[in-house]
Design a protein around this ligand. Structure first.
Ligand code: MIC
Ligand code: SF4
Length: 639
């Protein structure tokens, strides 16, 4: 008798290639696709470059949500491209201000049991509603838009058994921060977390969304909750009760491993600046002055978050030295806040309510003043992400944020007395005016900021090149290609965005790479964690990086490197990392032949004479793509 986890059931129901054996490559059919105005712009350009006539999946949606605050017309030019391309090729277009892709998608399009592929690393949010939702790089998404499968390594499925119930002032954000505290940002690599147990029923859909969404920070492939009565009630409030269907694991399902979490043992937590896993109890940092407090992003932009904040701040005043900004996750939430009177209450406290966008989460707007601290109910605090070097961004729940906005210092909300109740509206506002349906007509308008998609070169027979950078562990894609308005504006313009590569890590990197012509980047564990941004592979490729040599790679970034013809090599002996420093010259004899044969490559440090081996385990599909010089070149070869 089969006893399959929900993850396995959904993968098997969509399987088009491979066998779902942990560690093997599988290909699944994609029912829905979401794209953003950052990574999604490249994905659309690549979709066009591959010559597809029309999108194939049932539902493709392009969201304008990241690049919404502008300094000039370049983002709007890209938005016009995205709108005209969506119209022409068959995608729904979600206008600027309609909300953050993940929140809007779960509200409007989520269907339990279906698959969703997104150009954004937080796409797993829809796993809260029983969708199999994964984030990927632009090229993989472009292929899926054209009707191709999505390929990934079959993850191990962990059952996360939740018991108990959250205590007052403790939130779903604290649950995921607790998991980050225990497991670290690499803790979920190669895994899916499937939440189950008696504690699950007490979690609202919005709370499940926070947990599924921020599984990205654990590097999970995705997270899943069964679709149950809570899911049905959420969809019904949205007027979409007919989209509901029960999905769940088989009875007594088998899992690859197990983890247990007692919800009633979790307390309010805060992540210290630098990484989402530097988690401590709020008591440890209580009293730390903060100049800026924010609530929103795709992790904490739900109605429930906004209502919880309003319940805390109602009738009080934001501290004079604090800038307190809320980013509701969607227009529908903002409209509901207005209808239910929350907006007036919040505004009366002196808080600012922004357009429903990613906003300062991606370093766009509300950049903290140099040397000040920012407390954010968001998901990421990688160095520099807020838009200023040496920033100090703390992460917390919306109620810790609200309490701290009142006092001007990080505050344990339990000191405020009993937690005020939060009610769900009987119905969310039903407006769909932020969407434009496609009609297959019109011309695609390409603005002046859009430059052609570059092509990588095939892997060389022998690689000899300088080490342009030698880095440590946990290099994030924010380190490689930073967030922030000045950089994100160039997501459709590779030559321009390449100029910002590694800008906070080493401002001389670009000049050195250009002078060298070709090069290698060396790093430690978990290279490329965080965002799915493909430009973190394209820009280094464009600057001549031909290989990255690391102790390990994050899943999406490794796939992006292969798709762009950059060889992701891992040290066979991690200690060999110490044999290589910046400006060393490395020589890989028989490079291409070794990759083609699946054999380790031997590297010689030309200056010191030191030798070591490195490997690049590839599936046959990945090998063909990499040797051809990336997926675009490979697709052309195949055509
Ligand atoms: C992020 O949170 O870092 C982003 C901006 O949403 C990215 C997407 C991008 O860089 O285009 C992500 O999470 O994938
Ligand atoms: Fe937007 Fe932030 Fe979510 Fe990324 S993490 S999609 S920038 S809200």
């Amino acid at each position: 008798m089969s006893r399959r986890s929900l993850a396995r059931r959904l993968i098997e129901a969509h399987l088009v290639a491979g066998k779902p054996v942990v560690g093997d490559e599988v290909g699944i059919a994609v029912d829905q696709v979401l794209l953003t105005d950052t990574n999604g712009t490249q994905a659309w350009l690549q979709f066009e470059a591959m010559g597809f006539p029309r999108v194939v999946p049932d539902r493709v949606v392009t969201y304008i949500d990241h690049n919404v605050y502008q300094v000039d017309s370049r983002n709007s030019d890209d938005h016009r491209y995205l709108q005209t391309a969506s119209r022409r090729y068959g995608a729904v277009f979600s206008k600027a201000g309609n909300g953050i892709c993940h929140q809007v998608h779960v509200e409007t399009f989520a269907i339990p049991g279906q698959t969703l592929l997104g150009t954004d690393s937080h796409t797993p949010l829809c796993g809260a509603a029983g969708m199999f939702a994964i984030g990927a790089g632009g090229l993989d998404v472009a292929v899926a838009m054209g009707g191709g499968p999505y390929f990934f390594t079959m993850p191990a499925v962990t059952r996360v058994w939740l018991t108990g119930a959250l205590r007052p002032w403790v939130t779903a954000k604290d649950v995921i921060l607790e998991l980050l505290r225990r497991l670290g940002v690499r803790g979920g690599a190669g895994r899916i977390f499937e939440y189950a147990g008696p504690g699950v029923a007490s979690l609202l859909l919005a709370q499940r969304m926070t947990i599924a969404n921020m599984g990205a920070e654990l590097t999970l492939t995705t997270s899943l909750f069964a679709s149950d009565e809570v899911t049905r009630s959420y969809l019904t409030r949205l007027g979409r009760g007919d989209a509901w269907r029960p999905v769940g694991p088989d009875a007594d399902a088998d899992y690859d491993d197990h983890l247990e979490l007692d919800l009633s043992a979790v307390g309010p937590l805060v992540a210290l600046p630098g990484s989402p896993d530097r988690v401590v109890p709020v008591e440890e940092v209580a009293g730390t002055p903060v100049e800026q407090v924010m609530v929103g992003s795709c992790t904490n932009g739900s109605w429930h978050d906004m209502a919880a904040v309003s319940a805390v701040v109602r009738g009080r005043t934001v501290h004079p030295s604090v800038s307190f900004v809320l980013f509701p996750g969607s227009h529908r939430i903002l409209e509901t806040m207005a209808r239910e009177g929350l907006l007036a209450e919040i505004l009366a406290t002196g808080a600012t309510v922004s357009e429903p966008t990613c906003g300062s989460c991606a370093g766009i707007g509300h950049v903290p003043a140099a040397g000040t601290r920012s407390l954010r109910a968001f998901n990421r605090n990688f160095p520099g992400r807020s838009g200023v070097k040496d920033d100090e961004v703390y992460l917390c729940s919306s109620v810790v944020a609200a309490a701290s906005a009142l006092t001007g210092a990080i505050t344990d909300p339990r000191t405020l007395g009993p937690e005020p109740p939060v009610a769900l509206p009987a119905r969310f506002a039903a407006s769909t005016s932020g969407f434009v349906a496609p009609d297959g007509a019109g011309e695609v308008v390409r603005g002046p900021n859009i430059k052609p998609v570059p092509l990588a070169e095939p892997v060389a027979e022998t690689l000899e090149a300088d080490v342009l950078l030698a880095l440590g562990d946990k290099v994030s894609t924010d380190d490689i290609s930073p967030s922030g308005a000045a950089v994100l504006v160039f997501r459709s313009n590779v030559p321009a965005i390449a100029e910002h590569t590694f800008k906070y890590v080493d401002p001389e990197f670009v000049a050195r790479a250009k002078a060298a012509g070709r090069g290698i980047v060396v790093a430690g564990e978990h290279y490329g964690q965080g965002s799915s941004r493909e430009v973190a592979a394209i820009a280094p490729m464009f600057l001549g990086v031909r290989a990255v040599l690391a102790k390990s790679f994050a899943r999406i970034h490794r796939a992006n490197l292969i798709n762009w013809g950059v060889v992701p090599l891992t040290f066979d002996d991690p200690a060999a990392r110490e044999l290589v420093g910046r400006d060393d010259r490395l020589r890989f004899e028989g490079f291409r032949a070794a990759l083609a044969a699946g054999a380790p490559v031997t590297a010689v440090n030309v200056g010191t004479g030191a030798r070591f081996t490195a490997s690049c385990p590839l599936t046959p599909r990945e090998r063909d793509i990499l040797l051809a010089g990336g997926l675009l070149a490979h697709t052309r070869e195949a055509a």
